[in-house]
Design a protein around this ligand. Structure first.
Ligand code: 6PG
Length: 250
């Protein structure tokens, strides 16, 4: 499955990567609002995007350029913990960005991962189907999906060797993350491959081996789940910090 366009950009450090991501976020949000009157973005969890969220909400070059009240925030995945738990992706995004802005409550579409995992997944899928007015077999065309990648090549909560990677119908699943000994709620490949733009943010030398496999190795999405993200009708941009890119040949 090819992609409309795949771009790889390497940055000397995380600050330069974050500024580029902020530029793309600002441009993408304004284009979407001009075209559709709203911008639907799925946020990533983990450590890497935290700096981006803070820069967008506080950075003089960005805060006032972004149409905050027309943005609908979704999440690519969530840990099965309450929203105020230190591991919560929602809590991270709220502390770094959402709480600093005047965003209508109904525009923040939180995964209620404190519910029993299967119910949380079903509820979020219903939320996606409602918001995007999806019929059976359709996927949410987010304007932007932000993703990270783990040192094992996972993305969102799509972990190597898990059934979620084969999912072609459901948009949201509850998955058992064996390595973590915990359930996660994650968007599935169909949901993550429908957007206009997918933006990966990858930093850290510990990602270099997996990143080489994902970007330059043979197709093995079951082993390297980030390879499963190939939006056929959208653009795919990888923003990579130098240490993570150290094994890339091209
Ligand atoms: C999560 C993310 C996960 C993350 C990667 C990279 O919930 O943690 O969805 O996929 O993006 O594990 O995490 P870092 O940015 O912390 O390296």
């Amino acid at each position: 499955m090819g992609v409309a366009a795949r771009t790889i950009e390497v940055f000397e450090d995380i600050d330069l990567l974050t500024r580029r991501a902020a530029e793309l976020f600002a441009d993408c949000s304004n284009e979407a609002v001009a075209k559709r009157g709203r911008f639907a973005v799925a946020l990533s969890g983990g450590r890497t995007p935290r700096g981006l969220y803070s820069l967008l909400a506080e950075g003089a070059d960005y805060r006032d350029r972004i149409p905050w009240r027309a943005i609908h925030f979704f999440f690519g995945d969530e840990r099965c913990v309450p929203p105020d738990h230190p591991d919560s992706n929602f809590r991270m995004a709220k502390e770094a960005m959402l709480s600093k802005l005047d965003i209508p409550e109904e525009n923040i579409h939180r995964i209620r991962a404190e519910l029993p995992a299967a119910r949380a997944a079903e509820e979020y899928e219903e939320e996606l189907r409602r918001f995007f007015s999806l019929a059976e077999g359709q996927a949410p065309n987010f304007d932007l999906v932000l993703l990270g990648m783990g040192a094992d090549g996972h993305t969102a909560s799509l972990f190597p060797g898990t059934d979620a990677l084969q999912e072609r119908r459901r948009l949201v699943l509850a998955v058992w993350a064996a390595k973590l000994g915990a359930f996660r709620i994650t968007l599935t490949p169909p949901a993550l491959n429908a957007p206009e733009l997918v933006l990966f943010l990858v930093a850290g030398a510990d990602k270099a081996v997996a990143l080489e496999a994902v970007l330059e190795g043979r197709p093995e999405p079951d082993r390297y789940p980030a390879q499963a993200i190939q939006p056929p009708h959208g653009s795919l941009i990888w923003l990579i910090e130098r240490a993570a890119a150290s094994r890339l040949r091209r």
